[in-house]
Design a binder for this molecule. Sequence first.
Ligand code: SF4
Length: 351
Amino acid sequence: MPLTRILQKAAAGGRLSFADAKRLYREADLFTLAGLAQKKRFHLNPERTVTYAVDRNINYTNICQSRCRFCAFFRPNGHPEAYVLAKGALERKLQETRRLGGTHILFQGGLNPALDLEWHEEQIQTIRSHGLHVHGYSPPEILFFARQSGSTVSRVLRRLMRAGLGSIPGGGAEILVDRVRKTVSPKKATSRQWLSVMETAHGLGLPTTATMMFGHKERPVDRLVHLFRLRRLQDATGGFTAFILWPYQSGNRTLAARRTGAVPYLRLLALSRLVLDNFPHIQASWVTMGPAIGQTALHFGADDLGSTMIEENVVAAAGVSHRIQEEEMVRLIEKAGYAARKRDVLYQRVA
Ligand code: SF4
């Protein structure tokens, strides 16, 4: 289809085919993509508001068997910097999060065989006892627990839900194309396994987010395959709340890549808003791109600026560390021309 017809179709709110998206990504100029993405954004979220959350990332261990080539965070067992978070340290982090108005904990860690499912149930119960929602355990962790305990994904999820797990983060997706995964994270879940954990979670009533980490070994077409796989699953389950796009941070020399600039990030973000027409929210990533590009992303289809992140370790391990307070988050949103609204992890408004 000629580009002009695809542009008309997108402007009229029509669903993009794979071929349409491919052509738009290759040929449409940056501001045309921005205009179309904003149209879709306001169709789905008509208010001129941008949401944000106050939460904390807690990484319960950095010991990990998976040893993904892009990961600057993990340490082998026995390494002087290897850790498992102690109960007292967890309690202190939770108390501080409550004091700062946090609503939830993003709880993730390495694939550490020394920690069994009972240990994880206890952590969830501890977080819940502080009145905080647990947004925890990405699909590779869930698969690891199932393998480790000789159980199924569904049984593991049901046990964690009984302990208080409220939703699942979309980490570990990287690029949902196995050729790429074999290069960047050969020991981690396959694309089918990642999608299948999410499908099972949605079937059990657990909402999840979805992510993409791009800018390493994938081709542009792989990014599109990733988006269309997410869209297909969302058509079937409706369980994804939001999509979060991250450029790879090349802080770890085992996987060298050129740093992603603002324009490639904004182009793909706008395209994501257009392709993922069944995702209610698209998040801007100020943590990886910095506050100014995060703000700009609010004019390229994103309707959420993520969270203040009282603590963040994984991106910081790759040498990228941007920190902001809640007041600064509100100021960034207002300066970008929107009213700021605090939300919880399920995108409900928080007073
Ligand atoms: S990205 Fe996650 S699974 Fe991969 S090595 Fe790092 S901690 Fe382990």
